[in-house]
Design a protein around this ligand. Structure first.
Ligand code: KG4
Ligand code: ZN
Length: 354
């Protein structure tokens, strides 16, 4: 079955054509236009600009991916959650293509895309499964009994993990998106130098909260006067550029901060996993590209939930992409979960499981 995936919920316009069957979902062709460079100037995604950029890119990308290929059997498009300015561009493109080419459409939730990103290629989720989806907009623990049956066990009460990375990076004067920058700087820092809070680490539920950690990072930077001017370029070793080895460096700050986020994410995931008999644990979303999180969650699963399979997408498919939307769409198509193109509507607040 040929599936055309379309994704435009944030700052990536992405189109992919996949061949999906019982053997797995394989990418035939894909193309993504990132808007990061444009939004960097503003320190974050500007919805109005994002919408315009998606509108500019969507048709050329669809053309590029479909040229020379057979007509897709199905169109899978992200209709929510995300920025309405972007979602309507992808949704309208899918509606137009569906109507003019007479192709059935599937309405895909962006988070279900992040979950099924691990199935790009030959890997398969075995159920029941638990997914930790961590991105710029989401931090969720999801229990899945079968594709389409999602139950949110816990979510952030305020900032998402990626948002916390991005906001603290901004305090340091690092460019958007800050998560990769902080994790790069953290590589040569000491995780124990600064004792940041681990919000809700021992709460008796599976929710998260990161705004207190962000505030604590803000106060620490203010009190210790570690500002953008003092940042050590990460190509250079620590301890130079006027920072003595005895003072915490930017690298130490980043390592300690990153460790606080990773500790909470890992502990809560293991807590959830211990409550359910799981066959698979999935890590997905942009923050799943974080090396420390991948390593520490993998280590904890081996130690505490050794009977379960741990699946993480390749780095490329942690970020927003249309291939993951095509895979999630394929799962829905098998269950005949189609939406007539007339009823395909962007829903920026679509909660998974609803
Ligand atoms: O899933 P995604 O591409 O877009 C959303 O749906 O939000 O995730 C982007 C988020 C950003 O907050 C970015 O800072 C974060 O993922 N991110 C990382 C890393 N790479 C991307 N956070 C921490 N460490 C990383 N290596
Ligand atoms: Zn995402």
């Amino acid at each position: 079955m040929l599936i055309l995936g379309i994704e435009s919920s944030c700052d990536d316009t992405s189109v992919a054509l996949l061949d999906c069957s019982e053997q797995g979902c394989f990418v035939i062709k894909e193309s993504t236009a990132s808007q990061i460079e444009i939004h960097q100037k503003y320190g974050g995604v500007v919805p109005e600009i994002a919408g315009r950029m998606h509108a500019e890119k969507i048709v050329p990308l669809i053309e590029q991916v479909l040229t020379g290929q057979s007509k897709p059997d199905i169109i899978a498009v992200t209709t929510g959650p995300g920025l309405i300015t972007g979602l309507i561009v992808g949704t309208e493109a899918a509606r137009t293509l569906a109507w003019t080419k007479n192709i059935p459409t599937v309405s895909v939730n962006h988070i279900s895309g992040h979950i099924h990103a691990v199935e790009i290629g030959e890997y398969k989720i075995q159920y029941p499964a638990l997914a930790l989806i961590v991105s710029g907009g989401h931090t969720e623990l999801i229990y899945i009994t079968e594709p389409g049956d999602y139950k949110i066990l816990g979510a952030t009460l305020d900032d998402a993990a990626g948002e916390c990375f991005d906001k603290v990076a901004k305090l340091l004067g690092l460019p958007y998106p800050g998560g990769p920058q902080i994790s790069k700087l953290a590589e040569t820092g000491n995780t124990k130098t600064i004792s940041f809070p681990r919000p809700m680490l021992d709460s008796d539920n599976l929710n998260f909260s990161f705004s207190g950690l962000k505030t604590s990072a803000l106060y620490w930077l203010r009190d210790n006067k570690l500002t953008a001017e003092k940042i050590i370029p990460y190509e250079l070793p620590t301890g130079i550029y006027g920072q003595s080895n005895s003072e915490p460096t930017t690298n130490d700050f980043c390592a300690s901060f990153e460790q606080a986020i990773v500790d909470v994410l890992v502990k809560k995931t293991i807590k959830a996993a211990e409550e359910y008999k799981l066959k698979t644990i999935i890590l997905g979303g942009g923050v799943a590209a974080n090396k420390k999180l991948r390593e520490e969650l993998s280590g904890a699963i081996k130690q505490f939930i050794p009977y379960s399979l741990f699946l993480v997408p390749s780095l490329k498919y942690c970020m927003d992409n249309a291939a993951m939307i095509a895979v999630a769409g394929y799962k829905q198509a098998i269950k005949k979960d189609f939406t007539d193109w007339q009823n395909l509507t962007a829903d920026p607040n679509w909660e998974l499981g609803r």
